[in-house]
Design a protein around this ligand. Structure first.
Ligand code: AMP
Length: 427
C-alpha cells in the first residue's frame, strides 16, 4: 500500500515524500483510513512504529483549509516527546496552511503565551503546562475537533490522570479522539473506555516485541567493572552514537563524569537537568558532536534520534517492559542496531524476567577480564543464538507442579499418573 492509496491530500503527500517515507508503516496503514473516516482510534503502538504520522496526517487532512483557533490537541507525557511530535508535525504540515504549536513545562510562560495568542491550529502539549494556560485563559479549546493522546500509558504512569480529566472538561464532547499507548494495562483501558466513542482498534505489533533489526546481547559483568567494560566497548568505533541507560540520576552523572575523564564526548540526560540542559544534551547528541548520551528512564520512551547505533543497558531496567522501550531507541524504522545489556550478579533475575517476557533467550557475550562468571553458551563476537522455545503455559504449570511435588515429597492431589511416576522416578 502506498501513501497515495490512503487518499491523503497532495500537500500532505508531498511532505511525506520529502521525509523519504515510501510506504506507510503497519500502524499508519491501519489507523489512517479509519481516522480519515472520522472514527475514534485506539492504537497499541510504541514509539518507532510511525505512530506520529499515523495520527498527524489524518488530523491535518481534516483541518485543512478551515480556520477557528486550536482545532487539534495532542497530549504528550514529556517535553522531549512534545518537542519531537511538534517537530514532526511541522514537517508534515510544511505544504499545508496549518500552524503547529507546542507548550511544555520548564520554559517561560510569557513567551508561550505570546505564541499562543498568535494562534495555532494544532497544539502539542504536556498536560501540566496546558492546564496552566487554560487557567490563565490563554487558550480556548472550545472549537477542538480532534484530541490525540500520545503515550497514554506513560502519562498515567506519571500521574497525569487528574490533569487529563481536567483538560477533558475543557474540550467539546463531540470530537474525534485518537488514543495511542505502547502498553494496555487496566488503567489505560479504563481511560480509553472513558474517552473513546466506539473506537477502531489498531495494533502496530504484538504487545511485546523488540525491533527486528536489533541484535541483542547480554554481557555478564562484575558489578564493580561495569564502567571499565563500558570504556572497553566504547573503544570500538562502531559505537558511534550510543545511549547508555542507568537506573539513577546519581549514576547518570557519575558514569558521564567517568567517561568524560576518559576523553569521551558525553552528555547526561535525566530529570534533574533543567530544560536548557536537556535540550542542549539532546541537540549535541543529535548533531553527532557527542558520542554517548547517559540517560535515566526519563529518556527511555519517545526519544527520537535517528542513527543510534547502540543501546547499552548499563543497569538492567527495573521492569521488563522498560527493556522493550529502551531497545526501541535503536533500529528505528527499519535500520539496524545493537542492544547490549550488562548483567551483574544482582541482575540475573532482571535479565531472566526480560527473557521471559520476550519468550527467548538473549545470547551472552563474555569479555575476558570483566565477566563475573562464565555462562554457557558463550558467544564470541556476535552471532545471535537460535531462539529458545518458550514453555507453553501447560508445560510451565506441569513443571511447577512437579517441582512442588518434589519439594514437598508428597503428591499434591492434582497430579496425573504420568506426573506421579515422574516424581517417583526423581525422588
Ligand atoms: P514515530 O513512531 O512516530 O516516533 O516514528 C519513528 C520514526 O519513523 C521517525 O523517525 C519517523 O520519521 C519515521 N517514519 C514514520 N513513518 C515512516 C514511514 N512510513 N516510512 C519510513 N519512516 C517513517
Amino acid at each position: 500500500m502506498t501513501f497515495k492509496e490512503l487518499n491523503l491530500a497532495p500537500a500532505l503527500l508531498r511532505a511525506v515524500e520529502e521525509q523519504g517515507y515510501e510506504i506507510p508503516t503497519p500502524i499508519q496503514q491501519q489507523a489512517i483510513p479509519s481516522a480519515l473516516e472520522g472514527r475514534d482510534v485506539m492504537g497499541r503502538a510504541p514509539t518507532g512504529t510511525g505512530k506520529t504520522a499515523a495520527f498527524m496526517l489524518p488530523t491535518m487532512q481534516r483541518l485543512q483549509g478551515r480556520d477557528g483557533g486550536v482545532r487539534a490537541l495532542v497530549l504528550c507525557p514529556t517535553r522531549e516527546l512534545a518537542m519531537q511530535v511538534a517537530e514532526a508535525g511541522r514537517d508534515y504540515a510544511k505544504y499545508s496552511e496549518l500552524w503547529v504549536g507546542v507548550v511544555y513545562g520548564g520554559v517561560s510562560l510569557d513567551r508561550e503565551t505570546r505564541d499562543l495568542r498568535a494562534g495555532f491550529d494544532i497544539m502539542v502539549a504536556t498536560p501540566g503546562r496546558l492546564i496552566d494556560h487554560i487557567e490563565r485563559g490563554n487558550v480556548d479549546l472550545s472549537n477542538l475537533e480532534v484530541l490525540v493522546l500520545d503515550e497514554a500509558d506513560r502519562m498515567l504512569d506519571m500521574g497525569f490522570r487528574p490533569q487529563i480529566d481536567q483538560i477533558l472538561r475543557n474540550v467539546p464532547k463531540k470530537r474525534q479522539t485518537l488514543f495511542f499507548s505502547a502498553t494496555m494495562p487496566n488503567s489505560v483501558k479504563s481511560l480509553a473506555y472513558d474517552i473513546l466513542n466506539d473506537p477502531v482498534t489498531v495494533e502496530a505489533a504484538p504487545q511485546v516485541t523488540t525491533a527486528e533489526g536489533v541484535a541483542q546481547f547480554v554481557y555478564p559483568v562484575d558489578a564493580r567493572k561495569k564502567t571499565d567494560l563500558l570504556l572497553h566497548l566504547l573503544k570500538d568505533p562502531e559505537l558511534s552514537s550510543s545511549i547508555v541507560f542507568v537506573r539513577t540520576k546519581f549514576s547518570a552523572d557519575r558514569v558521564a563524569g567517568q567517561l568524560s575523564r576518559a576523553g569521551i564526548k558525553v552528555e547526561a540526560l535525566h530529570g534533574d537537568r533543567n530544560m536548557v540542559q536537556r535540550g542542549r544534551a539532546l541537540e549535541s547528541f543529535r548533531s553527532g558532536e557527542v558520542q554517548v548520551l547517559v540517560a535515566t528512564d526519563v529518556a527511555q520512551r519517545g526519544l527520537d534520534v535517528d542513527g543510534i547505533s547502540h543501546v547499552i543497558n548499563f543497569d538492567a531496567p527495573s521492569d521488563p517492559e522498560g527493556y522493550v522501550h529502551r531497545v526501541g531507541r535503536t533500529a528505528r524504522a527499519g535500520e539496524t542496531g545493537v542492544a547490549i545489556t550488562f548483567m551483574a550478579g544482582g541482575e540475573v533475575g532482571d535479565v531472566a524476567a526480560i527473557e521471559h517476557l520476550l519468550g527467548r533467550r538473549i545470547p551472552r557475550v563474555n569479555v575476558e577480564g570483566f565477566s563475573f562468571f562464565v555462562e554457557e553458551p558463550v558467544v564470541e563476537g556476535a552471532p545471535p543464538a537460535p531462539p529458545v522455545k518458550r514453555e507453553t503455559k501447560s508445560e510451565a504449570k506441569k513443571a511447577q507442579r512437579l517441582t512442588r511435588g518434589r519439594r514437598m515429597g508428597t503428591r499434591t492431589g492434582e497430579l496425573s499418573a504420568e506426573e506421579l511416576e515422574a516424581i517417583l522416578q526423581v525422588s
